[in-house]
Design a binder for this molecule. Structure first.
Ligand code: BGC
Length: 720
């Protein structure tokens, strides 16, 4: 009885949160297709109900009792059995858990996920997020960042997947698949060319169609075709004169027509700029709706859209129906109507185990002079651990991708958050007999003195990055280069651990014996790192971005628009004037830039060392596949990420090479494997602007195979 009373008392609350009332309509027949089901509900909907579905009801708690605490809510239609859409940021884990006393797993940043080059890890990554979204009663993810690293100083690179469109697209597609397997709607963002944060709400990206389709848009194309996300989020910036969220080229011509995307487009938060123009261009849902209650003008898809449909006929009813159909068919396809999330306690252990596995595969060994690593736990006598809060924590990325740290309240926007995972403790656990001492690195001389008196020195350096701002430079902040030089000068066995959002410069690289890139390594980054340092795990990660020697070597030595932001710390940047972001480098993104410009990077795309070595042999190339053999020539088991690049016929006028395939090949010591990798003709094609389509040119195609973009011992030519 008491139980029944409790259920009755709860009923109004659930109804208010949009929990569907026992729906009876024919659209609940699961044997029908999502499109058929969507049409059946649509036929029942009133105009007001349709309008309700195409905009949010306010972000971050503005939706009151209906909000689940996430970034947005789209009110459902209980009488038709349509649930509220509860949207949560979830780029590297589910955001805003602290507010409601919940917990979410912090995964390694997605640039680290990309460094695994392992599609299974990408799937597992999405699976953790999908599961934890559901546990926390969200049914829509705002993750899936896939803007390519055109600008290595972009503050959000940590939540994207690197500089290569094929790698980024394929990885994010698996991420989406893993996520959506939990009956949660997945999203890819920020569509498109939001490749820098500087002036993101004001900058106008200039880029030609061919370069656009072969670079940034190719990553999205692969993500959309292979990942089948329910949603695509359009970005804040303009592209070739039109805001991305009212850009008919991006939203309709390319996304919906050329790629056949059946889902819906939502705006980034406050990224809608018009009613009719945006609706006609292809935007389907405005978020977060009444963004700013004082500025009702920011709501374009509420009463204003109703007026545009009914009074002025600027937006035909057929277009409104299409918007609603897209949302409904996505709800049915994702399973959120048939299998709504039920609240559950997040399993922190399961999440952490996956986070650790991804972290272990994400870390990239950059330098290992004299086989400095792995350390021998049985013999090492003393270790100096220096810098970057290594005694207490490891860094995470800021902004809407920020996950709240265990034991902390809501995270401050954009300020570095250190997760309470101490690499020093993990090192002590591995080598309990060694004397392990910490110095915070504030005084390089004191740090050097400790290093000098220790057998091994491990210096931790950091590069905090966040949504909302970019790095002015790839130089590490806070004079950390000086610290590393001082320590490297004092101890010949110095290993640098980099906790960065992406690339960093390393003027001290010749003064240290080891370097390892760990990105922002997630909730078990400490253990993963210790496993690599002591050889329990053989590193396999390879760089998904090029590391430049200096800012001067980048396509844009200074970020466009950065000159308008005062160099002094603090955020008082005032109102920026509109400006163009001219991607004149076009096709030459990342390694393609370094190759075409004949510049040597500090560390090349695809590069990463292991504790064993591999030999490549026997390349046979056809236009549609390559076969080659990799042998583990060392004494440890490992996994080599073998990469295949193609050089197109001269008439294509392309950068020297592009990634077309790869495979992660586990190998026991002495073992050889011969692999055959299919080559997708799309990845050998160029985009022909006149024909508005992809074209595979006749001629000689060169294939380069090896362990990085700059180490390709095998070459062969195939004709087409
Ligand atoms: C970000 C999006 C995010 C949204 C909601 C925006 O500022 O660009 O990535 O999903 O806010 O928090």
């Amino acid at each position: 009885m008491a139980l029944l009373a409790g259920v009755i008392a709860l009923a109004p609350v659930l109804a208010q949160r949009g929990a569907p009332q026992a729906p009876k309509g024919p659209w609940m027949d699961k044997s029908l297709s999502p499109d058929q089901r969507a049409d059946l509900v649509l036929a029942e909907m009133t105009l007001d109900e349709k309008i309700t579905l195409v905009h949010g009801a306010g972000g971050f708690g503005q939706a009151g009792a209906r909000s689940n605490g996430g970034a947005g809510v789209v009110e459902g239609i209980p009488r038709l059995g349509l649930p509220d859409l509860q949207l949560a940021d979830s780029a590297v884990g589910v955001r805003s858990a602290a507010d409601r006393g919940r917990y979410s797993t912090l995964l390694p940043s997605t640039i680290g996920e990309a460094a695994t080059w392992n599609l299974k890890m990408a799937w597992a990554y999405g699976d953790v997020i999908g599961r934890e979204l559901r546990d926390q009663q969200y049914n829509v993810s705002l993750g899936g960042g896939v803007d390519i690293t055109r600008e290595p100083r972009n503050g959000r690179n940590f939540e994207y997947q690197g500089e290569d469109p094929v790698l980024a697209g394929k990885m994010v597609a698996q991420f989406i698949q893993g996520l959506q397997s939990n009956h949660v709607i997945g999203d890819v963002k920020h569509y498109a060319f939001n490749d820098q944060e500087t002036g993101r709400n004001i900058g106008n990206v200039l880029i030609g169609k061919r370069a656009a389709r072969e670079t940034d848009l190719l990553a999205f194309e692969i993500a959309v075709r292979e990942g089948q996300p329910g949603m695509v989020m359009c970005s804040y910036n303009k592209m070739n004169g039109d805001w991305a969220c009212e850009n008919s080229y991006l939203l309709t011509d390319v996304l919906k027509k050329a790629w056949g995307f059946p889902g819906f487009v939502i705006s980034d938060w406050g990224g809608t700029h018009s009613t009719a123009k945006a609706a006609l261009a292809g935007l389907d849902n405005e978020e977060p709706g009444n963004y700013n209650l004082q500025r009702q003008d920011m709501s374009f898809f509420g009463p204003a859209l109703k007026k545009a449909v009914v009074d002025s006929n600027e937006v035909p009813m057929s277009r409104l129906n299409d918007m609603v159909h897209r949302i409904l068919r996505t709800e049915f396809a994702a399973g959120i109507v048939d299998d709504p999330p039920k609240g559950r306690v997040v399993d922190p252990f399961r999440g952490a185990d996956t986070a650790q596995e991804i972290a272990e595969q994400s870390m990239v060994l950059l330098k290992n002079a004299g086989n400095q690593l792995p350390l021998n736990a049985a013999t090492v006598k003393s270790i100096a651990v220096i810098g970057s809060h290594a005694d207490t924590g490891m860094l995470s990325g800021g902004g809407s991708a920020q996950v709240d740290a265990p034991g902390s309240g809501p995270s401050p926007w954009g300020r570095p958050v250190w997760f309470p995972t101490s690499p020093m403790k993990a090192i002590v656990a591995k080598a309990p007999k060694a004397k392990v001492e910490y110095n915070d690195g504030a005084d390089p001389a004191a740090a050097a003195a400790l290093a000098k008196s220790s057998e091994i020195a491990i210096v931790f350096v950091n590069q905090p990055t966040s949504e909302g701002s970019d790095l002015r430079t790839l130089t590490l902040p806070d004079d950390q280069d000086k610290l590393v030089s001082a320590v490297g000068g004092a101890n010949p066995h110095t290993i640098v651990v980099l906790e960065t959002g992406g690339a960093a410069t390393m003027p001290w690289i010749d003064q240290v014996s080891g370097a390892i890139e760990v990105w922002y390594p997630g909730i078990r980054g400490d253990v993963a790192l210790a496993n690599i340092l002591f050889g329990d795990v053989n590193p396999t990660g390879k760089l998904p971005v090029s590391f430049a020697k200096s800012d001067a070597d980048l396509p844009h030595p200074e970020i466009p628009g950065m000159a308008q932001i005062p160099a002094a710390p603090g955020r008082g940047r005032g109102r920026m004037q509109p400006f163009d972001v001219d991607y004149s480098e076009g096709l030459k993104v990342g390694y393609k830039w370094f190759d075409a410009e004949k510049k040597d990077p500090l560390f090349a795309f695809g590069y990463g060392l292991s504790y064993t070595t591999y030999a490549y042999s026997g390349l046979k190339a056809r236009i549609d596949s390559v076969t080659f053999t990799v042998r583990n020539t060392g004494k440890r088991a490992g996994a080599e990420i073998a990469q295949v690049y193609a050089g197109l016929p001269a008439a294509a006028n392309e950068p020297p090479k592009r990634l077309v395939a790869w495979e992660r090949i586990p190998l026991a010591p002495g073992e050889s494997k011969t692999v055959t990798l299919a080559i997708d003709p799309k990845f050998l094609s160029i985009f022909n602007e006149e024909k508005d389509g992809w074209e595979l040119l006749p001629g000689d195609y060169q294939f380069f195979v090896g362990g990085s973009s700059r180490s390709t011992p095998l070459t062969a030519t195939a004709k087409r």
